[in-house]
Design a protein around this ligand. Sequence first.
Ligand SMILES: *Cc1c(COP(=O)(O)O)cnc(C)c1O
Length: 383
Amino acid sequence: MNKNKIWLSSPHMGGNEQKFIQEAFDTNWIAPVGANIDAFELGLELYLGTGYVTALNSGTAAIHLGLILLGVKAGDEVLCQTLTFSASANPILYQGAIPVFIDSEPDTWNLCPMALEEAIVDRIAKGKLPKAIIAVALYGVPYKIEEIRIIANNYNIPILEDSAEALGSSYKGKRCGTFGDVSTLSFNGSKIITTSGGGAIVTSTKELKDRSIFLATQAKENAPHYKHCEVGYNYRMSNVLAGIGRGQMEVLDKHVDSRRKMHEFYFDLFKGIKGFSVYMVPNADYFANYWLTTILIDPSETKGMTKETVRLKLLEENIDCRPLWKPMHLQPIYSNYPYYGKHVAESLFDSGLCLPSGSNLSDEDRDRIKAVFIDLFETQKKK
Ligand SMILES: *Cc1c(COP(=O)(O)O)cnc(C)c1O
């Protein structure tokens, strides 16, 4: 039997990426300026339908610049979804600011509006109005866009929308990446499209885009000598890598379609199987790219089979799978910061698993995945 590794989510080239890279070489724009960057940004702007895009060298850099644009400084408090990848939270510490972690709610696994408001009220009572809210669209499912916006506006706190995992998702027909006061995207190797490494910040005005480019290119003032009045960063995307992004934009919709088909594959596989549930959008207002398909396994319904049983069995067959992101407030580096909520994120983490979801998986890959689960279901029946 073929035992090649089946990856969780691997790069999937469309075909024209190398053509655009070649153009960069032909014109000698091997720099963080050039036609590929301009075209990639324009392509993203047209896709999102609103906003100004600045291409950067990572999603993490985009979140960092986003916090700077929102005025987050040392000592400020920033509210951050606890169930996320560490890159959502680390830039808070880059700024010397203080993360305050917020629980998830069970419908979207993202920011819980109740826990968010409880935290805001309590932080104000303790003397400080939080400076920003980091809301994540985890695994490509939009957060409760309207509820979170109402709370943010009530208390006049801006939202940084981390849609690193949600390019191609939408809420009520509007694309993820356009809901924050600033929004961020990632194009690292595991994301729905990749530039091998890269990210973008989406802002509402041209002025904020210019400001993003200024900060991302060492904050060089307009003078013939090297004049600097502010701290700058080296965060701009390379024109070579933007060539990959241009090629990937041509296949983004296809990738969304394939990932959603993987989600359907798992939905059918687990239909009627006790104790297994496939995570999905709560209603038709939500459209998910299903960057990763995730499942919850309830051992009280599976005769004791846990997510660990499943994970080890898949690994045995050289099939990649991972637990959900471990909540930030449980991470050693973040365990001493405030947390608000009812431990929903913890219980998701305890029973959740991410399954192979790449747009490049083959029928043969799906057959191998299916065989493992059929085997597990059979063993369970015999117990
Ligand atoms: C991937 C990811 C990031 C970081 O993006 P990089 O491009 O790898 O720096 C940030 N937030 C979330 C939720 C992510 O999944």
